[in-house]
Write a protein that binds this ligand. Structure first.
Ligand SMILES: NC(=O)c1ccc[n+]([C@@H]2O[C@H](COP(=O)([O-])OP(=O)(O)OC[C@H]3O[C@@H](n4cnc5c(N)ncnc54)[C@H](OP(=O)(O)O)[C@@H]3O)[C@@H](O)[C@H]2O)c1
Length: 190
């Protein structure tokens, strides 16, 4: 069975970006980078990985799902950011940027879409973000893979958007602490 993994960087106070989409407070250098890449190859945009000499082969995912706000972060330079994956972007907008032909845009229900993907053959499915999409997919997430950065933001885009109060239990499967201060924490549902 294919699994949906929410692999994401998050602050100590639970934000995945600042209120204006800021992400420069998250550490882009340090010993956590190579270690996490070893297990999560393919989670950088294709062009950026190539420029950094990183192989996108043999990663855990063959599909990435994201909300339109997350997709838009890469524009105009990366209209097809993860060319090595099947890319699905949820949006109600008809706007299709030039160069995005390989991207599947859809206004279908995210949970139903993910359930259909899981019933098919293939590798892992990466929930890239953002918080609004994650809130709608929370009951479809099989694994959380959190790059917990040693920073508080004080406000911004919550990990699960505006999902209401509803405690869900997650089982820790792995925790790695890095000299950079990043803690990589993985959980499975239940
Ligand atoms: N820290 C990290 O690792 C990380 C990872 C990913 C993203 N982020 C950050 O997260 C932020 C974006 O998160 P976000 O919560 O604002 O937005 P988001 O979840 O990325 O996108 C929300 C948008 O997706 C579309 N959408 C969502 N549900 C839909 C549905 N059921 N049907 C059709 N369209 C749907 C809508 O787009 P339309 O308005 O076009 O209809 C909606 O406005 C960015 O700042 C990004 O940098 C951080």
């Amino acid at each position: 069975m294919r699994e949906l993994t929410y692999f994401v960087a998050v602050s100590l106070d639970g934000y995945i970006a600042g209120p204006g989409g800021e992400f420069d407070a998250f550490l882009a250098e340090g010993d956590h980078m190579a270690a996490i890449w070893e297990h999560y190859a393919g989670t950088a945009p294709t062009q950026l990985a190539e420029a950094a000499g990183l192989s996108v082969e043999n990663g855990p995912f063959d599909t990435v799902v994201m909300g339109r706000n997350t997709y838009d972060v890469g524009l105009p330079y990366l209209p097809s950011p993860y060319q090595h994956l099947l890319q699905i972007v949820f949006t109600g907008s008809p706007d299709r940027p030039e160069g995005s032909e390989a991207v599947e845009f859809t206004d279908a229900d995210p949970a139903a879409t993910v359930r259909a993907l899981k019933e098919g053959d293939g590798g892992g499915i990466w929930l890239c973000g953002g918080g609004a999409l994650a809130a709608q997919l929370i009951d479809e997430i099989d694994r959380l893979a959190l790059k917990v950065n040693p920073v508080t933001l004080g406000g911004g885009v919550p990990l699960f958007g505006s999902a209401g109060y509803a405690p869900r239990r997650w089982s820790p499967t792995s925790t790695q602490a890095f000299a950079s201060g990043v803690i990589f924490a993985e959980y499975s549902r239940g």
